[in-house]
Design a protein around this ligand. Sequence first.
Ligand code: RNT
Ligand code: ZN
Length: 417
Amino acid sequence: MENIIKAYELAKEAYASIGVDTDAVMEQLKKIKISLHCWQGDDIAGFLFKDQALSGGIQVTGNYPGAATTVAELRQDLDKALSMIPGKHKLSLHAIYADTDEKVDLDELEPKHFATWVEWAKERGMGLDFNPTCFSHPMADSGFTISSADEKVRKFWIEHCRRSRIIGEYFGRELGMKAATNFWFPDGYKDIPVDREAPRARMMTALDEVFAGDIDEANNTNAIESKVFGIGAESYTVGSNEFCLGYASTRKKAVCLDAGHFHPTEVISDKIPTVLLFTDELLLHVSRPVRWDSDHVVIMDDELVAIAQSLVRTGLIERTHIGLDFFDASINRIAAWVIGTRNMIKALLRAMLEPTEAMKKLELGGDYTSRLAMMEELKSYPFAAVWDYYCMTMGVPVRESWLKEVKEYEQEVLLKR
Ligand code: RNT
Ligand code: ZN
């Protein structure tokens, strides 16, 4: 502990010499909320439909023991993970995580089916986000949901999505923290379609129906998540980037940028400041695509640093909901949450420790030599000492000491399931 304080004092001086106030940065960092995705805890199984296979062209690989199978287990795991993550955050729920004994289908869901989640979040001072689940359901078996040519199928999903807005609004209102409700549709064709327009036109009309009516939405932001392809929908995805951006900007909705949903050399760090020129808010699904949309655990790679810089240097973090989206069943699932979330926060801290204004001045003054020199020198500034001190003062494990706790929990809880 003494060493952590010593290292922090030195780091504080180093940052002060370039005009950065580390204490002020940590105060700022405390206010930032990351939305943890509930589905890392149980491989996107949910509780509504037992034995329903995962569909929608997404896949969880691995068979590490201990996945949560009940609401109580998932909450216990989340609490464990949250105890190792500094700050107060949010939880992003999918519709299939409803906590109810009622036999209820997706087009019948109501706020009451999530009341215990609201209680859970309230007790922890957390927020909640929501996602309609437009997959893993017989009505999605054709590969199309809200853009289906079959009216019965389309109506079912429109109703599910409409109800999802109401649930998102309920979360935001009850918890006094704006919710983000994210609409992602797996709709697409495995092989080359004849008509690339009609499904998109149907999706547009269907979404207009979802968003029609006078549902109060002061407490909820609706976001549409685009994608380039899915397994079994390799040739054509209805909800493409252009579709979602066009829809969101003309309908005053938000876009959700998932780091794995673009062509391999495209990066969302560059899209963040572009999209926000045309929409009021933004949702992120921070993820790590390895060769495809593989949803690996988020690590401190160049793109994560760049995402954090895009948010912090611009101030656009104020209009962004930062959500995570990865699912790895080949390692301890709690460790996956902890690693990914701590990295997201750590990357934001790194970005906040930059002398942004001074660097912008260099850029505007055309001094690109100094800009590059500063960017490179900053990479070896002692941000880790600030991070360790931040974890310590926030009452969470410092460095890898959390791992021991995860291992104990694995022995005592996960392996006994
Ligand atoms: C799928 C999307 C979507 C899902 C979650 C479970 O490619 O990324 O966000 O991962 O809704
Ligand atoms: Zn996503």
